[in-house]
Design a binder for this molecule. Structure first.
Ligand code: ZN
Length: 370
């Protein structure tokens, strides 16, 4: 870190002009300048209003956005700045500097830096206009999703069919329901509640909570809040079982908690997660399907660990195939991956619901193969 110190001083310590020089080439040239020039947007077709960009940046403080994307400040520096592991490259000792007062970041490892827009570009691997769109969606959807999740949680204990369904899926402990913030969408009452709280109908439609015709999108579904989304599991066999709101499914479920364990159990469904968590395995995380997005894969690789892949033992072998494919990719990145074999036709949830206990599951983990 010694060699980096002078750059650090210039970078975020002194005036604007130095910063502009250092960030030149990492982001749009006029960023950080006081001139009122518009950005020249995508191929010059449409200019992006500078004021709108400044407003967007003001409404999404960099630190909050980073933390919502699992970044942890590891070490405080002078003038309120923080160092932590870089979320943009495989970082082993903190090289990612954040200045919350200036809303800027810089990584001494990969040499990239800029503002929250630049971060969104790099993090989601998208171009500038898409990064703006993602940030706008994030800004708009966050409060209303939070409110919807709160409403659904209140509904859970008012609807016996929801509690009965959870019971049947083995979800029984109040601590687990609290930990996963599980709710219930009866249907037909969310829109009224949210509009009464001054959320506009177009905003509800944009978040996907309300359909184009104005009905609640989730009807008779158990709801689990995710990062920037809500997963809904249908109680009714007539509806598609799994649903997400439009937009990304986010990172690995509850990764912040699982991340610190040297051994992590990865499952594909939230009811699998619930069963394991309730059985005392708190080093569990969930990819919400067998296909990991780039972000989830990066998370699994963000430090040395062993990953126990515990996908469903489907009779057609699709879960096992996905697990084998993932274990190869993990090994290429230096992560130890072990495949857990469940009894035929079982997933971790049905294993426990069918009478399996923690000792038996522990034995399956011990028998997991490379
Ligand atoms: Zn980096």
């Amino acid at each position: 870190m010694g060699a980096a110190a002078p750059a650090q001083r210039v970078l975020l310590g002194e005036g604007r002009s130095h910063r502009r020089t250092l960030f030149a080439g990492t982001h749009h040239r006029c960023l950080g300048s006081q001139r009122g020039l518009p950005y020249s947007a995508h191929r010059g077709k449409k200019s992006v209003n500078r004021q709108a960009l400044d407003d967007l940046k003001q409404q999404i403080p960099l630190m909050g956005y980073l933390q919502a994307h699992d970044w942890n400040p590891a070490r405080p520096l002078s003038r309120g700045r923080w160092m932590g592991l870089c979320p943009l490259h495989g970082d082993h000792k903190p090289s990612f500097l954040v200045d919350p007062n200036k809303d800027l970041f810089y990584c001494y490892g990969c040499g990239r830096g800029g503002d929250v827009i630049r971060f969104a570009e790099l993090y989601h691997q998208v171009k500038f206009p898409q990064a703006l769109m993602l940030l706008r969606q994030w800004r708009g959807a966050e409060p209303v999703l939070h409110e919807a999740a709160r409403f659904y949680r209140i509904q859970l204990h008012r609807h016996s069919e929801a509690v009965a369904y959870l019971y049947q899926r083995g979800v029984r402990s109040p601590e687990l329901i609290e930990h996963m913030r599980i709710g219930y969408a009866p249907g037909g009452c969310l829109r009224g509640w949210l509009t009464q709280l001054d959320h506009s109908l177009p905003a509800l439609r944009q978040a996907g909570l309300v359909t184009g015709l104005g009905y609640d999108a989730y009807v008779r579904r158990i709801v689990f809040p995710l990062e920037g989304n809500l997963y809904g599991r249908s109680l009714s066999a007539a509806a598609p079982p799994h649903r997400f709101l439009p937009g990304a499914k986010g990172g690995l479920y509850s990764w912040k908690q699982a991340q610190s364990y040297p051994e992590v159990i990865l499952v594909e469904g939230l009811f699998d997660y619930a069963a394991l968590w309730q059985a005392g395995f708190h080093n569990v995380t969930c990819s919400l399907g067998t296909h990991l997005n780039a972000r989830q894969f990066r998370q699994l690789c963000d430090g040395p660990r062993t990953v126990y892949l515990t996908f469903d033992a489907d009779r057609n072998g699709s879960g096992q195939q996905a697990a084998q494919c993932l274990s190869r990719s993990l090994r290429e990145r230096g992560i130890t991956a072990r495949l857990v074999s469940l009894p035929d036709g079982h997933d971790p949830n049905s294993f426990f619901v069918g009478g399996g206990n923690a000792q038996e599951f522990q034995r399956l983990l011990e028998r997991a193969y490379l």
